[in-house]
Design a binder for this molecule. Structure first.
Ligand SMILES: [Zn+2]
Length: 278
């Protein structure tokens, strides 16, 4: 060993910088810290601590296992208790309820935190849908991270304060919302209903054309999708619903006052519906 092993408290504080020069490893660890912070908020901090713990133990290979255990404990036991103090609650991560994550990934990455009122709206709407279409489960996508209003949840520009939530659209033959586990970017079924028409699309409009063959067999469930968007637009605690302009028209929702129509210069909203609190 070419340098002294640091004490545990020092190592936890210094993270990738603990225990003397580590050359390229420092940069790699810092990239991991930055990436995990952007993706999961607390993951970067947990990784920093895991690197420090591994350095204190003098065993570099411990970084990943220590990170996984710590991140699991923090996500499952610490955040659900700590976030309510910051005004946010986790949406339910188990499947089988009226409301569930489109995939476990949204919970694993801690992107399922919202203001309690948003959770109420989501449960109300899910209950409404389940009454109209028995067996139907509403699937949520990105909400917000557990803490800090100034911390955006990328790539969204507005999901920073826990007042917004995205819900998946419904597809024929699937009880739960969503065409695939990531929920977003399934545009092909909507295009079949409302047609493609954006000659001058803005930079925020991602078409992900390369991905669309994956959804060639997915058919938008128009009745359930319309009922979902309508239930959101009519909920007393909802201020605004963002949905694709052409789908709004195609699904007969143009009379709903609170639906904002995402045009060609906004992110596409024909793969999910977004709402925010009043
Ligand atoms: Zn959104």
């Amino acid at each position: 060993m070419d340098h002294a092993t640091p004490s545990l408290p020092t190592a936890l504080l210094l993270g990738p910088f603990a225990g003397g020069p580590h050359g390229a490893w420092v940069i790699l660890h810092l990239v991991a810290v930055a990436g995990l912070t952007v993706l999961t908020q607390v993951g970067g901090l947990v990784y920093w601590v895991a690197v420090g713990a591994a350095r204190a133990a003098g065993r570099g290979w411990l970084v990943v296992p220590v990170f996984l255990v710590l991140y699991g404990v923090v996500s499952a036991a610490v955040l659900p208790v700590a976030a309510p103090a910051a005004g946010r609650v986790p949406l339910p991560c188990l499947s089988g309820l009226n409301l569930e994550p489109a995939s476990p990934l949204f919970c694993l990455l801690n992107r399922h935190y919202v203001r309690p009122k948003v959770a109420e709206v989501a449960f109300d709407v899910a209950g409404d849908l389940a009454r109209q279409f028995p067996g139907t489960r509403v699937a949520f996508l990105d909400g917000a991270f557990p803490f800090l209003d100034a911390f955006p949840i990328l790539p969204h520009l507005t999901h920073n304060d826990g007042r917004k939530l995205d819900l998946a659209l419904f597809y024929e033959g699937r009880a739960a919302g969503g065409a695939w586990p990531l929920g977003y970017l399934a545009f092909a079924p909507g295009a079949a209903v409302a047609g493609e028409a954006c000659p001058e699309a803005g930079w925020r409009r991602w078409d992900a054309a390369w991905l669309q063959p994956l959804f060639a067999d997915a058919v938008l469930d128009q009745a359930r999708t319309a009922a979902l968007v309508r239930a959101l637009a009519r909920h007393p605690d909802v201020g605004r619903v963002f949905f694709d302009g052409r789908l709004t028209w195609a699904l007969g929702l143009d009379g709903e006052a609170r639906i904002g129509r995402a045009g060609c210069h906004a992110a596409r909203h024909d793969d999910h519906v977004h709402f925010r609190l009043r």
